[in-house]
Ligand binder design. Structure first.
Ligand code: SDX
Length: 442
């Protein structure tokens, strides 16, 4: 039952807002819906039919697109909850597949449920052999995100038996396939870019360990997994798993609202995530830190970031929702120290530079007034670079982790009885109707 149904039975004045159109003097009353926590929402679904007007909110800064039970963010307090659990607690106490189960099913798994889920995912990690030849169509210098966009969409050509979105079992199989195969395809994208042979998944290994082995193992020697690195990789996956209605998740929901198959929807999400304003920021942070080069140049770049005439922005800083420290950045800052210590890279110049840049920025009025704090992308790149990933793989890793969030949000949308195809309207400011002019008269 949706809020609106319960509301009509118990509606009180405090559960409505009244709009006065000063052009006509007409008044319109709209319901106010209450979530379990967070801001109330004005139900404007009947606005156009009642008033002949649209809302106008190009960046959706004040628009709720759906009723969701998966992730809650309090941007002012810097709180992130997945199905009610704090991200800090999940990152500290769970493994990634445990968090995947939570996002997909709504509760943390029992030991038996966890074992069953791990077995299921492990037995979907291989990709069709023909997909391997798909990679050969790319230039060897293709950006791995370009490859991921292509091969993820191509999965729908291989797995027709799990593309009927009206069939719950097919939706479940497609979800498992995507979660299981993204690490394999991501590792293949890396191997292809460095000209090394693909490494098949190994079902005996945990998710993050399996991924690290597929990326870094070579046929000529045994691959030893550093537990500190594997734990950091797993934690990075957890911290990137889902994040409410961000740009790429909204892309997946909009693509899915037309009943496109899940593989195509996830490919759309990957494309959106690639942007440097979104998931591409982790790669952009390292490029920025490398360009800054040393602490004595930090001031110059802070000045550029503040200059309204300079397009440069401090990558890894700021967020549409967080107006406080991104809780994921705090966990990643701690993890960066742990990994670099474990790898004997305590004096990593990029980490030192990042810490100094953060200190200076957080003391600067420009950043303080605009509540610009480090976000999830500020420290993740430092860890990934220390582990040995090239910068071009950073957003690929974000996509591997975010796949479960995209799928959980997509499932929730498909199962929502109120779901309709997403079709925003506009404020039209183009030319009014005019007579056609044949070319000889123009
Ligand atoms: C992710 O949505 C999500 O949940 C995304 C994400 C997820 O998990 O899915 O959290 C992942 O995308 C994190 C964000 C990664 N992107 C970056 O780090 C790129 C750098 N950040 C900015 O591009 C920016 O902060 C955004 C895009 C993240 C947010 O932009 P908004 O909300 O549209 O804010 P804005 O552009 O309106 O900025 C408000 C003011 C402006 O100044 P004024 O016009 O008021 O003078 O703050 C300034 C901006 O110029 N500003 C910055 C800045 N970010 C905003 N100035 C310098 N450096 C920055 N990074």
């Amino acid at each position: 039952m949706t809020q609106v149904d319960t509301l009509e039975k118990t509606n009180t004045k405090s559960d409505t807002v009244t709009l006065i159109d000063n052009a006509t003097g007409k008044q319109y009353t709209f319901p106010v819906l209450h979530g379990s926590t967070g801001p109330r929402v004005i139900d404007t679904r009947s606005l156009y039919s009642e008033t002949g007007m649209f809302t106008y909110d190009p960046g959706y800064t004040s628009t709720g697109s759906c009723d969701s039970k998966i992730t809650f963010i309090d941007g002012d307090k810097g709180i992130l909850l997945h199905r009610g659990y704090r991200i800090e607690d999940l990152a500290e106490n769970c493994d990634f597949l445990e968090v995947c189960y939570l996002l997909l099913h709504g509760n943390l798994p029992t030991k038996k449920e966890h074992e069953g889920f791990v077995f299921t995912i492990a037995h979907h990690t291989m990709v069709h052999e023909k997909l391997r030849t798909f990679y050969n169509g790319f230039r060897s210098d293709a950006h791995p995100m370009a490859i991921m966009c292509g091969v993820t969409g191509a999965l729908s050509a291989f797995y027709h038996d799990s593309t009927d979105i009206r069939n719950p079992r097919q939706r479940e199989i497609a979800s498992h396939r995507l979660i299981a195969k993204m690490p394999t395809m991501a590792a293949m994208a890396y191997k292809y870019s460095v000209g090394e042979p693909f490494v098949y998944p190994c079902n005996d290994l945990k998710y993050a360990e399996n991924f690290l082995r597929m990326v870094f193992a070579v046929p000529t020697q045994d691959f030893k997994i550093d537990p500190a690195v594997a734990r950091a990789m797993d934690k990075i996956f957890i911290l990137h798993a889902d994040h409410e209605q961000n740009a790429s998740t909204s892309t997946v929901r909009l693509a899915g609202s037309s009943h496109a198959n899940p593989f195509a929807c996830i490919a759309a999400g990957i494309a959106s995530l690639w942007g440097p304003a979104h998931g591409g920021a982790n790669e952009a942070v390292i490029r920025m830190l490398t360009e800054i080069g040393s602490v004595d140049r930090v001031g110059e770049f802070i000045r550029r970031a503040k200059d309204p005439n300079d397009p440069f922005r401090l990558m890894g800083f700021g967020h549409r929702v967080y107006k406080n420290y991104d809780p994921r950045a705090k966990v990643l800052q701690k993890s960066a120290h742990e990994v670099l210590d474990a790898l004997g890279m305590q004096d990593d110049p990029l980490l030192k530079l990042a810490i100094e840049l953060e200190r200076i920025a957080l003391e600067d009025d420009y950043f303080v007034e605009r509540k610009l704090f480090p976000n999830v992308d500020f420290y993740s790149g430092i860890i990934l670079k220390a582990i040995g990933f090239p910068m071009t793989m950073f957003t690929v890793l974000f996509a591997v982790a975010r796949t479960v969030g995209w799928i959980a949000q997509w499932q929730e949308m498909i199962e929502d009885p109120m779901q309709k195809i997403g079709r925003p309207r506009q404020l039209y400011s183009g030319p009014a109707e005019r007579p056609f002019l044949p070319m000889e008269q123009r």
